[in-house]
Design a protein around this ligand. Structure first.
Ligand code: MN
Length: 227
């Protein structure tokens, strides 16, 4: 196919195999750990999960510099377990949901918090506070073949070696199969879709020169420098 200009390349992530994982869409779960929901002024109770998106082009590879984004003075980190899907479908049954998982990665849901707060107050969309350029740093994907189904495990984020976020992915309000099943009732999921599954408490700001080290037990650590 000849387009009017060269089509953008497919975004991909290394996947510990000879072939990279092609990214289709990025879905993110909001306020999925009770303590973080509270720190954001939300309700820690088990409300229905809510989702937002980032463009696939927001993926930033591991060990990269994230250019400090424009239009914010409050760039914040959120460490998240990322679920990568290799099967698609709608109305996925809870008991089958784990079968759709290709593997797992460590991600950062980078957020222009000042812009997000203004949007919240005015009842406006979050898109540009969450889905800006390079807003989705992500480690290599470890196939589920190697990790088994991940239902618990330490999740942590350090800035310049100092622990800022520490939790356990077992503390998610909506567990991964529930999230997949629930999301698949709102949109058709496809192979290549990523789900950022929410962040534990302790979110905060970074400045130029900071080094973020984000980890989930058993997965490749994600190291990002703010440029
Ligand atoms: Mn998040």
């Amino acid at each position: 196919m000849n387009y009017v200009f060269a089509a953008a390349p497919i975004v991909s992530i290394p996947a510990m195999s000879s072939h990279p994982f092609p990214v289709r869409r990025i879905y993110c779960v909001g306020q999925n750990y009770a303590a973080h929901a509270r720190e954001m002024g939300g309700d820690a109770e088990r409300e229905a999960p809510f989702f937002f998106m980032k463009p696939a082009q927001a993926i930033l590879p591991n060990n990269s510099v994230l250019p400090y984004p424009p239009a914010t003075g409050d760039l914040q980190y959120e460490v998240e377990l990322v679920v990568a899907l290799s099967l698609g479908g709608s109305n996925i049954a809870l008991e089958k949901a784990n079968d759709y998982i290709f593997g797992y990665a460590v991600g950062l849901d980078m957020t222009r918090r000042d812009m997000q707060r203004a949007a919240r107050e005015q009842g406006r969309p979050w898109d540009l506070s969450k889905g800006f350029d390079y807003s989705a740093p992500c480690s290599a994907i470890t196939p589920e073949f190697y990790t088994g189904v991940i239902a618990r495990g330490k999740i942590e984020l350090k800035v310049n070696g100092e622990v800022r976020q520490s939790g356990d992915v077992g503390d998610m309000i909506w567990k991964i199969p529930e999230t997949i099943s629930y999301l698949s009732r709102q949109v058709e999921l496809f192979p290549g879709d990523l789900i950022f599954t929410g962040t534990p408490a302790g979110v905060g700001a970074v400045v130029r020169g900071d080094v973020i080290e984000a980890t989930v037990a058993g997965l490749e650590p994600l190291i990002i420098t703010i440029g």
